[in-house]
Design a binder for this molecule. Structure first.
Ligand SMILES: Cc1cc2nc3c(=O)[nH]c(=O)nc-3n(C[C@H](O)[C@H](O)[C@H](O)COP(=O)(O)OP(=O)(O)OC[C@H]3O[C@@H](n4cnc5c(N)ncnc54)[C@H](O)[C@@H]3O)c2cc1C
Length: 345
């Protein structure tokens, strides 16, 4: 995958003397880095993981994106002088304020690295995992960054209807699960991942349980059973129909491992208002159309700005933010109304 666009590593324009720091080396951060390096700016990136690439490396399974393509694209960026500090979590290992002060512009592209929780009885039993965390750990193990293979089960239940749920089914199979069930609260035509992904999973032997959702997990210490409630869909006039529980209709499934994939939450490396940067109520970073935050010189792009999306939009977001950053470095202009914006109560 090509991140360096508009120049070649050995044919860079003269240095502008401006430094841009980028937090997060997923597609948004890498896309921005490639465009800004080709404008002659010095680029310094920070990422919490032991390898750059974000979900391109640690989220999406190999069969969808060959990792060599991502790694070649990142190597090309580094050949062009982009500096990447790995194993560096901003907010824990280095203060964001320090980075902002030392840079002419800063881009935050930290994605959505926290999972939504499911509030049902028994959710803390052993064997119940966040699918997102499991997938990241599985890739850490697979690429040799950790020694211990994440635990495997025999009968797995995956809960959700997005890409994380779908890919969790494939990874559960790869990890050794023999029977895989996918529970989704609507029907596949309303699933964020799309009907085709469900159809394909079915062909691969996954049992799809549409119109169901977990009501209770049971077991002594570790999950042994899940009680699934059945739903019907009610049209509301706007958006997707609402899943409504059918009273008294349940089914019980014996499982020994569960993966919850009911959505991810944006993870900016600070709390609302800290460093003068405001967040929206859904934890995305507040920006204007030019990717500018409420702090002069600080921009945001990718899923941390929009919520969970896809590779294409995240990459495009990084590139559009790069255009805006370059413009700021030339003009030093920042809208006063953004700087005056106050947190919403
Ligand atoms: C399991 C899964 C499967 C998916 N499958 C597909 C698919 O098939 N097709 C598709 O188009 N999209 C898919 N997506 C969505 C796609 O991966 C994302 O939309 C895209 O990666 C978002 O890019 P990003 O750069 O905004 O964030 P990310 O790719 O999440 O990158 C963010 C980076 O920021 C780093 N970071 C976070 N916090 C900090 C911090 N405090 N300090 C330093 N670094 C930090 C992270 O380590 C990460 O490297 C999938 C997502 C998941 C979870």
């Amino acid at each position: 995958m090509k991140f360096l666009r508009g120049c070649k590593p050995k044919e860079l324009p003269p240095s502008t003397g401006k430094k841009v720091s980028i937090i997060g080396a997923g597609p948004a951060g890498l896309g921005a880095a490639g465009d800004l390096a080709c404008k002659g700016h010095e680029i310094v990136m920070y990422d919490q993981m032991p390898e750059a690439g974000g979900l391109l490396i640690f989220g999406i399974p190999d069969f969808r994106i060959p990792k060599s393509r991502i790694r070649n694209g990142i190597q090309e960026l580094m050949d062009a002088g982009v500096e990447i500090h790995l194993n560096t979590k901003v907010g824990r290992d280095i203060d964001l304020e320090e980075i902002i002060q030392e840079s002419d512009a800063t881009l935050i592209a930290t994605g959505t690295w926290r999972s939504r929780e499911l509030n049902v009885e028994g959710k803390n039993l052993g064997g119940i995992h966040s699918a997102f965390d499991y997938i990241v750990d599985y890739h850490l193990w697979k690429y040799g960054y950790i020694d211990e293979k994440p635990e495997r089960g025999i009968r797995a239940l995956i809960v959700g209807g997005g890409l994380t749920a779908i890919d969790m089914c494939y990874i559960a199979r790869e990890a050794g699960c023999q029977e895989i069930y996918l529970s989704y609260r609507r029907t596949r035509e309303y699933a964020p991942a799309g009907r085709n992904e469900f159809n394909q999973l079915e062909k691969e032997g996954v049992t799809i349980l549409e119109l169901t959702q977990p009501l209770k997990f049971e077991g002594s210490g570790r999950v042994e059973k899940v009680v699934l409630g059945k739903n019907r869909l009610v049209k509301t006039g706007e958006g997707r129909p609402k899943p409504v529980p059918i009273e008294g209709e349940t089914m019980t499934l014996e499982v020994d491992i569960v993966f919850l994939a009911i959505g991810e939450i944006p993870t900016p490396p600070f709390e609302n208002g800290k460093y003068g940067i405001l967040l929206n109520p859904d934890n995305t970073i507040y920006t204007d159309n030019e990717f500018r935050t409420t702090r002069r010189g600080v921009f945001a792009a990718g899923d941390v700005r929009t919520g969970p999306s896809l590779i294409g939009p995240a990459l495009a977001s990084g590139k559009n933010a790069a255009r805006s950053i370059h413009n700021y470095l030339l003009t030093n202009e920042w809208p006063e109304e953004l700087l005056r914006k106050q947190p919403t109560k």
